[in-house]
Design a protein around this ligand. Structure first.
Ligand SMILES: NC(=O)c1ccc[n+]([C@@H]2O[C@H](COP(=O)([O-])OP(=O)(O)OC[C@H]3O[C@@H](n4cnc5c(N)ncnc54)[C@H](O)[C@@H]3O)[C@@H](O)[C@H]2O)c1
Length: 291
């Protein structure tokens, strides 16, 4: 399987980041989202992030402009027909992902490989919704994609060796380090990370500490580079809640019960940095804790 053209569905934090690293690695990229506006915003964000890399000396100006020249918007899923690999990076909601695959598969090249960037949902179950479970795989990038070295590669029950090898070669070309995880809810990183974040939210909910106290405690007391509430805002509280729900449903253990305060923030639309407000309010000059 030779991959030259990569389609990416979802131009948000992750889809944009994946497009960024793919374009820099020389792949032709098509970026799709639900509206032309979102695609445009996604491409503008990638350009801004690459420009920052140029300013800090990590990237040359020619590399930036060449890479940007390799990224094109795709207004419909049918525009991804010629891609060798399509990576789904839309909202962490199984219904949304299923609908995307149902629409995408009939027009996609039958030889093309399909991947999902899901943080938690069963690869086997998503693969079964497609016409090509043997060519389907989990390629789970970390946020922010251009910075984070790790990519989890997750096989579904039907994923063929050739797909697995092609996914590993693709990730290696992006200069990332692979860890292979089995197909269990939330894989490795989020199986460990999200219960810690959820516990930090319970700690806030029960009044054990303020937002600042909890984040400072974990930064200085456990040497974490950022506090768990700041990290939750960075991931997106909707994504955090979805992952906890997948863990809770998939492992049927009450220790994964999503904190009611997390549910409340998501219901309020306080989804973290991407929404301007989460455990911190980002609308001013500096982030201000909301509790
Ligand atoms: N945020 C993280 O830290 C992180 C890390 C690793 C993996 N992920 C996973 O990556 C995926 C995307 O997360 P994100 O943080 O980029 O979310 P996001 O909210 O920033 O972006 C999601 C994008 O998907 C688009 N979308 C929704 N429905 C769509 C549809 N039907 N067709 C096309 N586009 C659609 C939205 O318009 C939005 O632009 C999720 O599966 C998430 O679990 C997230």
């Amino acid at each position: 399987m030779t991959i030259q053209t990569v389609g990416i569905i979802g131009a948000g934090q992750m889809g944009g980041g994946i497009a960024h690293v793919c374009a820099l690695a020389g792949y032709k990229v098509f970026l799709h989202d639900i509206s032309p506006d979102r695609i445009e915003t996604g491409i503008a964000t990638i350009n801004g992030n690459m420009a920052r890399q140029v300013t800090s000396g990590k990237l040359g100006e020619k590399e930036r402009s060449d890479a940007m020249g390799r990224i094109a918007g795709a207004e419909t899923l049918a525009d991804l027909a010629t891609c060798d690999l399509v990576i789904e990076a839309a909202t962490e909601d199984e219904t949304v992902k299923r609908k995307i695959f149902a629409q995408l598969c009939p027009t996609l090249n039958p030889e093309a490989m399909l991947a999902t960037n899901t943080s938690s949902i069963s690869i086997t179950r998503l693969a079964a919704q497609t016409d090509r479970p043997e060519r389907f795989i989990g390629i789970h990038f970390m946020n922010p994609v251009p910075v984070m070295k790790l990519v989890e590669v997750v096989r579904g029950i039907a994923t063929e060796d050739v797909t697995f090898e092609a996914a590993k070669a693709f990730v290696t070309r992006l200069d990332k380090t692979i860890t292979v995880a089995e197909d269990f809810p939330a894989f490795i990183v989020n199986r460990i990370l999200l219960p810690m974040i959820n516990e930090a939210i319970y700690t806030l909910y029960e009044g054990v500490g303020s937002v600042e106290a909890i984040d400072t405690a974990m930064k200085l007391g456990a040497n974490h580079p950022m506090g768990p509430l700041q990290l939750a805002d960075f991931i997106g509280l909707d994504t955090c809640l979805s992952i906890m729900q997948v863990l809770y449903d998939g492992l049927a253990d009450s220790k994964y019960r999503p904190c009611p305060l997390l549910v409340k923030y998501v219901e309020a639309g306080w989804l973290g940095r991407k929404a301007g407000r989460g455990f911190y309010d980002y609308r001013g000059e500096h982030p201000v804790p909301t509790r």
